[in-house]
Write a protein that binds this ligand. Structure first.
Ligand code: ZN
Length: 373
């Protein structure tokens, strides 16, 4: 059902766009979202009705601040210079679409981005500079930067020698004919003299060929016992209650009402009270710019300003606020940006061997491809 809706939407967009190109449009402008830009300013500058912003609900207004500085967006104008439609990426998965409806009224909606993603593989001889060589071979600068970051703890890029090579399996993401968003490296090796190091991607982290992880010092823990994860972190989700697309900036852990909720790490409680949508809600500030949040609680057991330790009970699971059933909404922010908590929290011990077997299966699959490049 959802797929059919998406296909219809795609056809609709295609039709409106091609229509725009042939009949109604005078120009299509590419622009860059700068650091002082806000949606309100954008509407004002383009003579669009400000109520497109003011009519959004509180949560959607907040989401509008997620647009990244440097994002490329598009405005199509008709012969008289009026905006016919505008497309602004909100994150890697969703875009803001402003358009004139059949009744000649402006509308704003948040819809999935139709980007194109291809899996590619390549072997590259490194000449002088690592980043330059990768960029030249792939025509993908963000990929080169990302690869450098992934390998830099294993490779000394200042001491390269003739014959060094890198192999990559990666996903290239494009939108409107441009590289777009994360250029994900699925697997890579770097060969220096007779030495070959590998890195393999699995659920947000990079492992070596024995499926070992370089564990960093921080050790955020899973914040409760749970029966199942009812919703994962995503930058795109069909909201079950509101019936709109909205990112889900956290993980939902489902269990009984009254299940104890623990602080994921040492910190100071910065908020404990009611938040619209999230019900009874706690926010904790941790070192190094991290914050964690806990929503839909049935009871709060800490006060704002209180110090808490890892694993200390801070509240009980509930279904307060806008919720379809008892669960904990758990989120982590770094310097104000939401990240996927699954990439940060430590895996529970008893699942470790099971997880390792899964990772090793992936490693084997990709290593075979890399070794034949
Ligand atoms: Zn949630």
């Amino acid at each position: 059902m959802k797929n059919i809706r998406l296909i219809l939407l795609f056809i609709f967009l295609l039709a409106t766009f091609s229509n725009a190109f042939t009949l109604r449009t005078n120009s299509i402008e590419h622009k860059t979202w700068n650091d002082s830009e806000t949606l309100l300013k954008f509407l004002e500058q383009n003579s669009l009705p400000l109520k497109l912003y003011y009519n959004l609900d509180g949560e959607d207004k907040k989401i509008m601040h997620d647009i990244n500085v440097g994002t490329t967006y598009y405005i199509a104008k008709d012969c008289s210079g009026g905006v016919y439609q505008a497309v602004i990426p909100l994150n890697e998965e969703l875009e803001i679409h402003i358009y004139k409806s059949i009744e000649n009224k402006y509308k704003l909606e948040i819809i999935p981005i139709n980007y194109i993603q291809k899996t590619l593989k390549v072997k590259i001889k490194i000449d002088s500079s690592f980043i330059e060589s990768v960029k030249k071979a792939t025509n993908n600068y963000p990929l080169a930067l990302n690869l450098h970051k992934i390998l830099k703890d294993k490779v000394n890029f200042k001491r390269l020698s003739k014959g060094d090579e890198v192999g990559i399996i990666y996903k290239e993401k494009t939108w409107m004919n441009q590289k777009f968003g994360t250029q994900r490296v699925l697997a890579t090796y770097f060969k220096h003299k007779k030495n070959k190091v590998y890195k393999f991607f699995y659920k947000g982290r990079y492992y070596d060929k024995r499926a070992h992880l370089r564990i960093k010092t921080s050790s955020f823990i899973v914040p409760c016992r749970y029966r199942r994860i009812s919703s994962r972190f995503t930058r795109k989700r069909w909201h079950p209650i509101l019936h709109i697309y909205r990112p889900h900036h956290g993980i939902d852990y489902a269990n009984r009402v009254g299940t104890p909720i623990w602080a994921t790490y040492n910190g100071v409680v910065t908020y404990a009270g009611w938040v619209r949508g999230y019900g009874r809600y706690i926010e904790i500030k941790h070192p190094n710019g991290y914050r964690s949040v806990y929503g839909h609680l049935s009871r709060i057991k800490v006060k704002s300003g209180q110090r808490v330790k890892t694993h200390q009970v801070i509240g009980l699971m509930g279904s307060s606020g806008m919720s379809t059933g008892p669960h904990l909404h758990f989120g982590i922010k770094v310097n104000g940006k939401w990240i996927n908590p699954a990439n940060k929290i430590v895996v529970v011990k008893n699942t470790q061997s099971k997880l390792r077997r899964k990772i090793l299966k992936e490693v084997k699959k990709y290593k075979r491809i890399l070794d034949r490049l």
